[in-house]
Design a protein around this ligand. Structure first.
Ligand SMILES: Cc1cc2nc3c(=O)[nH]c(=O)nc-3n(C[C@H](O)[C@H](O)[C@H](O)COP(=O)(O)OP(=O)(O)OC[C@H]3O[C@@H](n4cnc5c(N)ncnc54)[C@H](O)[C@@H]3O)c2cc1C
Length: 427
């Protein structure tokens, strides 16, 4: 059931909240806080580590609505089953005996059909068309960060390897979403981005996307939220969120925070907090790794190498390299041995990047939902809302999520794209 007016799922009238507590200071939680402030609502953000400590810190930083699509689809299933069995594969399971993980994988497999992908893509299309405007709103509204417009070059060593990616773009375009793309030879691609090596024989250029340096963006967003009067309580690990009479209480080792409503935006950790509020869609960690390496002259384009599944983004005079999908607990220790395997795969495809001098090694967990759709909206508990499960696309969709959820919380009416993102949907 969807709540479309100011009633709870149980039918009780709820007054508009004056104070909201947001649990989790990643790009999604901070964007919710920022958008609630735009509507005159007081917010307090509670974060168990520091703002940006989760997957929002050093991801690839693509704001790329033309490529933003649901993860579960038939080719992922074909690729994934063989890939998890190969030790050098960029896709793996952290544990083959973790029952929760196996349950999550079984749920995701069920959604890897063409029909479900198309249905989910229709929702993504509705979201994607608003992504740039949502960023412009934050940038015009005082978030002091830079977001750069750039084409994404998707590069291949063999021309036939581009078939799968072109097929994916065709599927996105068939959903009605505009995709402005063209095919380049290796030589043409090198004139656009000189750091590509001679091994690159063909590239697909997706025009006019954006990228940012995620850690800088999150710091700027947190600063803007604080400047507008919010507290961000760092070091507060919230164990549960409950409705007690007219208030909602977020409690944990650091004490209690009371408000009129709560937004659960705890990234890959969200399920433990959200489950008691009727949220059955599983969210699990898709752990990825990144590092930076110095470049001989700045990179000028964002790059994606689909065969080794590596992305490379400019970060001043360095390249920020990201890869790996390791399904597993976000709290298990990082497996740093994955970094040299990324270098071995990307090094031959690039020139003028000093991989021997790499630094800033990082691991973060993408909050993946079983059906590939984010969870944004009301829960079964009056005044408790969820914003999470954005998987591979939380940077692209974070600011928009904040705007949509703030509209629901402030007005009691769910804007249209939230219909399919109901956190209490059957899945
Ligand atoms: C390698 C990699 C590359 C990626 N590249 C891109 C990209 O190019 N473009 C894109 O759009 N997306 C990308 N993503 C995905 C994106 O990073 C995530 O979808 C996004 O950061 C999720 O944001 P979030 O705020 O939901 O979660 P997080 O950033 O993880 O924030 C959740 C926060 O909640 C806090 N928290 C958790 N539990 C509690 C609790 N109980 N109490 C208090 N606080 C709590 C955590 O400490 C954390 O700070 C990438 C991810 C990875 C790993």
């Amino acid at each position: 059931m969807r709540t479309t007016d100011r009633t709870s799922r149980a039918g009780a009238a709820i007054p508009p909240p004056k104070r909201v507590v947001v649990v989790g200071a990643g790009i999604v939680g901070l964007s919710c806080a920022w958008a609630l402030q735009e509507r005159g609502i007081e917010v307090c953000v509670v974060e168990r580590h520091a703002a940006g400590a989760g997957s929002s810190w050093q991801n690839a930083g693509y704001v790329s609505p033309s490529m933003c699509a649901p993860l579960p689809e038939p080719s992922v299933l074909r690729y994934g089953v063989s890939a998890v069995l190969r030790p050098s594969s960029p896709v793996s399971l952290l544990s083959k005996t973790d029952v929760r993980l196996l349950g999550f994988m079984a749920g995701m497999v069920r959604h890897c059909t063409a029909a479900r992908w198309q249905r989910s893509m229709a929702t993504y299309r509705e979201l994607n068309e608003r992504v740039f405007a949502s960023y412009d709103r934050q940038l015009d509204g005082g978030v002091e960060a830079s977001v750069t417009t750039s084409d994404v070059l998707t590069c291949f060593a063999r021309p036939q390897e581009s078939d799968g990616f072109l097929h994916e773009l065709e599927g996105i375009a068939a959903s009605g979403q505009p995709v402005d793309a063209d095919l380049l030879t290796g030589t043409e691609a090198r004139t656009v981005e000189p750091h590509l090596s001679e091994r690159v024989r063909v590239a697909v250029r997706v025009r006019d996307q954006r990228y940012l340096t995620p850690s800088r963006y999150v710091v700027a967003l947190a600063r803007s939220v604080r400047d507008r009067g919010a507290k961000i309580l760092e070091g507060h690990d919230i164990g549960r969120v409950d409705r007690r009479g007219d208030t909602v209480v977020a409690s944990g080792a650091g004490g209690e925070v009371e408000a009129d409503a709560a937004v659960l935006a705890a990234g890959a950790w969200i399920s433990g907090l959200a489950r008691p509020h009727g949220v059955r869609v599983r969210v699990y960690g898709g752990r990825g790794y990144s590092f930076t390496a110095p470049c001989d002259g700045a990179l000028v384009r964002t790059l994606y190498f689909p065969v080794p599944r590596v992305t490379v983004a400019p970060q001043e005079d360095r390249a920020r390299v990201s890869s790996i999908m390791e399904f597993g607990s976000p709290d298990a220790p990082p497996r740093w041995s994955r970094i040299p395997s990324i270098v071995r795969k990307v090094n031959p495809l690039m020139d003028g990047v000093d991989f021997a001098a790499l630094a800033d090694q990082w691991m973060g967990a993408r909050p993946l939902s079983t059906d590939g759709l984010p969870l944004v909206g009301a829960t079964a508990t009056p005044g408790v809302f969820v914003a999470g499960g954005h998987g591979m696309w939380g940077v692209t969709l974070g600011p928009l999520t904040g705007l949509l959820l703030a509209e629901l919380i402030a007005t009691g009416r769910a804007p249209a794209p939230l219909g399919a993102l109901d956190p209490c949907r059957r899945c």
